[in-house]
Design a protein around this ligand. Structure first.
Ligand code: BGC
Length: 794
């Protein structure tokens, strides 16, 4: 910690110290005027700046200042390009500076356990290496401007259902190798100024007070120097939180948290020297922010940022199918652009990441500029409903018949995926499918473009010639789409997640989202490609996959080992007739082992740009320590033979070779024998999972008696709870009606069920006291007199 922070600490009263450990309001830290510590601002994140200037709320209901809306993380990850993501981070930092924001809340480094997670659009990948590297790049970019980042949501926030109360039961190895790994890489490589702890519990304890994960893992082992901030409303027990390794509670608890800390100091439950170590970190954060805010900076170049958003969007779009080279479309072909997304683009996700875009463009205007008179359009569907409307479809069919080629824009609408709730299936809306079926029957050159934050199933795949996954591509999505469709940009995106044929075939599907209070990660390490590769089954589209308008050839692969590293060198040639980019991916597996292992896991990647007919030499270096598994309490590399796979996707392997690694470590044998040779029929039983956990599965916490952690859905079953729920809902809708669209209102109503009573105190911004809520809980638990007393004096 800095000397300056230490010196300031000595001048503080206890009251001042505890005041720093809680927010002043929704977005500001508490400052101390007499010590010249300003009230610095943190705000969302992660694909743009969401600074609310007037009214504040945590879920994006009220308008924020205009800012560049970059593509969301699913697309960013498909670029496989840390350098590009770093540039975006820098632009985000510059926009934060422009608005005097000191910490930008992002990036989201949670692993995509299941495509149903409603918030997957905000996360990078199913693979921790890719996710960790891209999160690092994002943080480095933002922090290069002096603005802090907030790596979130630490950890295992892999679903929205019951996110505020659910207990994720995960075996230690899976937790370390998959879910923590992504955060570990980002913390060690980029030192984010803040880490945001998640709402959920892991193995019985809320993250906000998880000593093992906050103090032991994050602070002691990974050496994180910044602060831990609670996700908005994630604090459970203020004193336990501080003891466990958390610093800052957000948003403001309106004095409740501070009182609890003071009481704990008075009763010696909390040691002042421990509190001091937490407060010093907060002072450091404020001092650094103060220095940044005092510096002059260049005015933000918004047009440049828009161009960057366009470039990233085009780089991350993934060409999934291109039969008979239907793409790129040549300028002399006539084009029918079909689908309302062309005029009403779906370019970002809903919830706390909602950006008010600076310059929103669309595909319609971008296509018009390229095609001139050879361009016709039909709406195809109403993007506000799933209802199949024949008149739209008939018009689209007639329009399609008049053109040489059809670009059909479909995907998921806002009410299919969002923060706050999970998906229940992977299909497109009925009206999008009906349109696709009808148009593909009358035209044999249909190119489907998909706007969605996470995988969809494609039973219609064979009916169309081209498929382009454009994800949620940000404010310049239309221009970027046009760049790819007409060949100005050769697509080079690669999937950072597996697209399943059907959600049911995923091993994690059997336990997603679990019961409201517990979710068991019985699949262990078998998510995404780790699972498909191990059962040797083809997904719809594999991890790492993406086509190009050119072709590549890999030759001369050679593998050299040193004591520390594995070096893979190769030559790659662009054998087609246009400039292009290819991503070399290195996976490593180990057949014989003391522990169960997925067939192979990603250990290195590099994106290479090459002119047509040119060859480039490429070297990738993989530290041997990266082959470590988590075994018996620490990371260890097992001795023996490994297979190195070099390719361009998890399924397109150009070269493989055995290597031998010698280490002195002993790997304890695991007891998970049924995980060793799995087939697609494997369904982990209770015994199987307990063998992974090395202990019995904990019992599911009972819902009664009601407590501060009971959700609105749970208390709704009582007479008082039902009325309270109604009141909260009416109040919320009253707010929403002033400034939000239908989608936001719908999302909020769906989110309401999962909110625990403890968070309502915070979200009410002081209107609902903790005492009154406790009184209501007593009443619901039939403690009538006690309850009435608290409600009345509340
Ligand atoms: C989200 C965070 C977000 C915070 C502040 C929470 O509900 O989970 O990602 O940063 O709100 O808006």
């Amino acid at each position: 910690m800095s000397q300056q922070a230490k010196a300031l600490l000595t001048k503080m009263t206890r009251e001042e110290k505890v005041s720093l450990c809680g927010g002043k309001d929704v977005w500001h830290l508490t400052g101390i005027e007499r010590l010249n510590l300003p009230e610095i601002m943190m705000t969302d994140g992660p694909h743009g700046l969401r600074k609310q200037k007037t009214k504040s709320d945590t879920i994006g209901l009220h308008h924020s200042v205009k800012a560049t809306c970059f593509p969301t993380a699913s697309l960013l990850a498909s670029t496989w390009d840390p350098a590009l993501i770093k540039k975006m981070g820098q632009a985000l930092g510059e926009e934060s500076l422009e608005e005097d924001v000191s910490v930008l809340l992002g990036p989201g480094a949670n692993i995509k356990r299941h495509p149903f997670c409603g918030r997957n659009f905000e996360y990078f990948s199913e693979d921790p290496l890719l996710s960790g590297k891209l999160a690092s790049a994002w943080i480095k970019g933002v922090q290069s401007t002096g603005v802090g980042a907030s790596l979130k949501h630490y950890v295992a926030n892999n679903q929205e259902t019951s996110r505020m109360v659910v207990d994720a039961i995960i075996d230690e190895r899976t937790l370390h190798e998959l879910y923590l790994k992504s955060f570990e890489i980002a913390v060690k490589e980029a030192q984010p100024k803040t880490v945001m702890c998640a709402y959920n519990k892991v193995n019985g304890t809320y993250l906000a007070e998880h000593k093992k994960l906050l103090q032991t893992t994050l602070k002691d082992s990974w050496k994180h120097k910044g602060i831990v901030v609670t996700d908005w409303g994630a604090n459970n027990d203020r004193v336990k939180g501080i003891i466990a390794g958390q610093e800052l509670e957000m948003p403001s608890s309106h004095g409740v948290g501070q009182k609890e800390l003071l009481k704990a100091l008075d009763t010696n439950q909390l040691d002042e020297s421990l509190l001091d170590t937490r407060v010093e970190r907060i002072i450091d954060l404020i001092l650094a922010a103060k220095e940044t805010l005092a510096k002059d900076h260049e005015p933000c170049d918004f047009p440049l940022h828009h161009n960057l958003a366009q470039k990233i969007a085009a780089e991350g779009m993934v060409l999934l199918k291109n039969e008979e080279n239907v793409l790129p479309i040549s300028p002399n072909q006539s084009v029918a652009l079909i689908g309302e997304f062309a005029k009403e683009p779906r370019y970002q996700g809903s919830g706390s990441s909602l950006i008010n875009p600076k310059k929103l463009t669309n595909a319609f205007t971008a296509f018009e500029a390229v095609c001139n008179s050879k361009f016709i359009y039909a709406r195809g569907y109403d993007h506000k409903t799933d209802k199949i409307e024949e008149h739209f479809i008939n018009e689209a069919v007639q329009t399609a018949k008049q053109a040489d080629v059809v670009v059909l824009m479909v995907g998921l609408t806002d009410d299919y995926e969002s923060e706050g709730f999970d998906r229940t299936h992977l299909s497109l809306p009925d009206n999008h499918i009906a349109l696709l079926e009808a148009v593909s029957q009358v035209h044999d050159k249909v190119i489907v473009t998909l706007s969605n934050g996470a995988p969809v199933t494609m039973p219609w795949k064979e009916q169309v010639k081209g498929i382009l996954e454009q994800y949620l591509a940000g404010e310049a999505s239309g221009e970027a789409l046009s760049d790819v469709i007409f060949g100005k940009v050769n697509p080079s995106g690669k999937l950072a997640e597996t697209f399943p044929n059907d959600a049911k075939e995923l091993l994690a599907d059997q336990h997603f989202p679990g019961s409201p209070r517990q979710v068991q990660y019985r699949e262990g390490l078998f998510i995404g490609y780790r699972y498909y590769d191990s059962i040797n089954q083809d997904p719809l589209y594999p991890f790492g996959f993406g086509l190009s308008y050119t072709t590549f050839d890999i030759q001369d692969v050679a593998i050299h080992q040193t004591k520390k590293d594995i070096k893979i060198s190769l030559a790659i040639t662009n054998t087609g007739n246009c400039f292009g980019k290819e991503t070399i991916q290195v996976y490593i597996g180990k057949e014989k082992s003391n522990v169960y292992r997925p067939k192979k896991t990603l250990k290195g990647f590099k994106k290479i740009a090459i002119e047509s007919s040119k060859t480039k030499k490429v070297t990738l270096t993989i530290p041997i320590k990266d082959l470590a598994i988590y075994n018996d309490g620490s990371s260890k590399v097992e001795s023996g033979s490994y297979t190195v796979y070099v390719g361009t996707s998890s399924r397109d392997i150009a070269y493989q070779q055995e290597i031998t690694i010698s280490t002195q470590t002993t790997i304890k044998k695991d007891k998970a024998s049924n995980y060793k040779t799995i087939t697609k029929h494997f369904k982990p039983t209770t015994e199987d999972f307990e063998a992974l956990l090395e202990k019995p599965i904990p019992p599911v916490q009972s819902i009664k008696p009601f407590s501060m952690n009971s959700t609105l859905k749970e208390v709704k079953t009582t007479f008082i709870g039902k009325r309270f729920y109604k009141l909260v809902k009416e109040n919320m809708l009253k707010h929403l009606n002033q400034s939000s669209d239908e989608g936001t209102r719908d999302m909020m109503t769906r989110m309401l069920d999962g909110i625990p009573l403890r968070s309502l105190v915070l979200f009410s911004q002081g209107k609902l006291s903790q005492k009154r809520v406790k009184g209501l809980i007593d009443l619901m638990n039939k403690k009538v007199f006690r309850g009435l007393y608290k409600v009345i004096i509340g």
